[in-house]
Design a protein around this ligand. Sequence first.
Ligand SMILES: [Zn+2]
Length: 370
Amino acid sequence: MVTCRLGDTGAVVAEVRSKLARLELGAPGDTFDPPTDRAVRAFQQQRGLRVDGVVGSLTYRALDEAHWRLGDRLLTEVIGHPFVGDDVVALQHRLHDLGFDPGRIDGIFGASTSAALREFQRGVGLPTDGAAGPGTLAALQRLSRTVTGGSPTARREEERLRSAGPSLRGRVVMVDPGHGGSDPGATGHGLTEAEVALDLARRVEGRLGVLGVRTYLTHGGDGVSDDASRARIANDVGADLLISLHVDTAATPVAGGVATAYYGAQVRGRLISSTLGERLAWLVQSEIVARTDLVDCRCHAKAWELLRLTRMPAVRVDVGYLSHPQDAARLRSPAFRDTVAEALSAAVQRLYLPDLDVPTGQLFVGAAAG
Ligand SMILES: [Zn+2]
């Protein structure tokens, strides 16, 4: 039986501290010092255990179960020796929120959790193996956002996407070149953000036009005073999507890469986000990453005004850093700009034609005009 307490040192203490660190209750180390004692007590308090600062078998087991995050391991029903942990709790919560019955939310992967998971898998057309693998977790995540993240806006967006059917013709896309007019945005290596963004926007406009998408720019180089006004322009024309184009800059030449933002905000501890905005952001990001050698700085939920005030799914993509020598060299090249424009156009196609069976990075303009 494991026991350790204030003043102890060694491998067991190191293990305890690393588990606490994963729970953001302290830092790794191998001494059971006073901060570790406080962390153990805080943990015991949280978990409803006896608060004595001693890591006995109960506290140790609770620590072990608590450090699992959903996706860390493949959860499935093992008769007689069930998976136990906080990842199971998270899974049970998600199933429950989606209207399935995983049994008591107790962190133990038993028969009812397994049955609920299979029912969910059957419902979304996944193989019903009762295992919470990557595909199942991704589907759970997506649906949890839609249903529990729960904004009526998200459901309206989904509804609108479905009701129009898989077609590009007649869609209205607002492309927003960042900055402009008296505001050049970022500058570096002889380039200005406003100039790059406008040129990219025109290239996107050309490509989407070919596909039958009605495409507007928020401005033609003279800029728009602020993001709220840009959002209003998109709302006023009733755009189906907004793509805002920027390039980034940083104090250090080392920072580089592409990142995409969609609307999302923490509201009372819960992430409220635009489901379609997130999907579009993910498509934009993966198409650009697949077609270029820009570093993948991933997608992020942001509550920026442009994203918050637009009534349609909106993303802002920062394509490279002007302060980064290689990124700037890429952005100077017309061929590179074409590639980015093609990636953005492919992302729009994929959003509206979700059944396209073409690997990311391989869809070309004209290939699937609906
Ligand atoms: Zn900018």
